[in-house]
Design a protein around this ligand. Structure first.
Ligand code: PBG
Length: 326
């Protein structure tokens, strides 16, 4: 008797055959690389929970940018660690704040690399929250003015893209209006539209020195159990004028990435966050997983889920590995 079944293995028979039918590909153009700029001098400090990630002061930025350019990375996402913090995060919107200075430097010497400025207050406030605080409350509307000031000062310094990550309601509307009024109609907003209150941000809070000093971020970042809320967040950001939609974190939320990709017509950005990076690094250092193949598999999975762009600390390694395999 002749059995009836499909021969899926025909298309897996050799490396060339597999390459011929491969549906998703990674390239250097997919990546945005986060950078932590430290106010001060002669600082190049590895983040202990994120091997291979360094906090750098401005005098080390040139070497760092040379390396980034040599890898073929097209965009960096800037976070600042200021010398001083205060209640209102004044250094976030100071025209000579650390991110503003780093932006000016990069645009002067590396004009082809896009500067994406993270617009948030948590690295700059003494309490470590992303907005203004009164008692134990994180104020929404009162925080918007400060976020607008931050975005405008980043744009003035030459930022190519404004990426607000603070999760206050109305931040896209407020920042769009503020940028337009200040003459920055052409500057796009990459909104952290769908940002969950995640434990996977742990190592970042060491890297950016922005851990909340009391409470948590659950009254403004999203509940990890929710899916429909992601649609509501994305819908309002689109209506308010977002140009890109970020989903964050990546790995545990790839269902949401697919939902956003299928339902909205803007570029979808996945933030492969610090905890995801640290887990892989730790396992690889223990010899428990193979770093190269695991990272490339994870990043390819993000593309397959619908990511147009990936913010990742693995960018340099991934690009090097992709070249090796060519
Ligand atoms: C600031 C911000 C955070 C991250 C990016 N921007 C931390 C947070 O919201 O607590 C996390 C990035 C990462 O973990 O890699 N609001």
């Amino acid at each position: 008797m002749e059995l009836q079944f499909s021969r899926h293995r025909r298309l897996r028979s050799s490396a060339s055959m597999r390459a011929l039918v491969r549906e998703n590909h990674l390239s250097a153009d997919d990546f945005i690389y986060p950078l932590f700029i430290y106010e001060g001098e002669n600082i190049r400090k590895e983040v202990s929970s994120m091997p291979g990630v360094f906090q750098v002061s401005l005098d080390h930025l040139e070497a760092e940018m040379e390396d980034i350019a040599a890898h073929g990375i097209k965009a960096v996402l800037l976070f600042g660690i200021p010398e001083t913090k205060d209640e209102c995060g004044g250094q976030a919107y100071h025209d000579h704040g650390i991110v503003q200075e780093a932006t000016r430097f990069i645009k002067k010497y590396f004009p082809d690399i896009l500067v994406v400025a993270d617009t948030c207050l948590c690295e700059y406030t003494s309490h470590g929250h992303c907005g203004m605080v009164k008692g134990d409350k994180i104020l929404n509307d009162e925080s918007l003015d400060l976020l607008v000031k931050t975005a405008v000062s980043q744009a003035k310094a030459g930022a190519d893209i404004i990426a607000p990550s603070n999760m206050m309601d109305g931040f896209v509307a407020a920042i769009r209006a503020g940028l337009d009024e200040a003459g920055f109609k052409e500057i796009p907003i990459m909104s952290y539209a769908v940002k969950y209150a995640s434990s996977f941000y742990g190592p970042f809070r060491e890297a950016a020195e922005g851990a909340p000093q009391f409470g948590d971020r659950k009254t403004y970042q999203m509940d990890p159990a929710n899916r429909l809320e992601a649609f509501r967040e994305a819908e309002s950001d689109v209506a308010e004028g977002a140009d890109f939609l970020i989903v964050k974190p990546g790995m545990p939320y790839l269902d949401i990435v697919r939902d956003i990709k299928n339902n909205f017509n803007l570029p979808v950005v996945v933030y492969n966050v610090s905890g995801e990076y640290s887990m892989i690094k730790a396992a690889a250092q223990n010899g428990w997983i193979d770093e190269k193949s695991t990272v490339l598999e994870m990043l390819t999975g993000m593309k397959r889920a619908g990511a147009d762009l990936i913010i990742t600390y693995h960018a340099k390694d991934a690009i090097r590995w992709l070249k090796e395999d060519q």
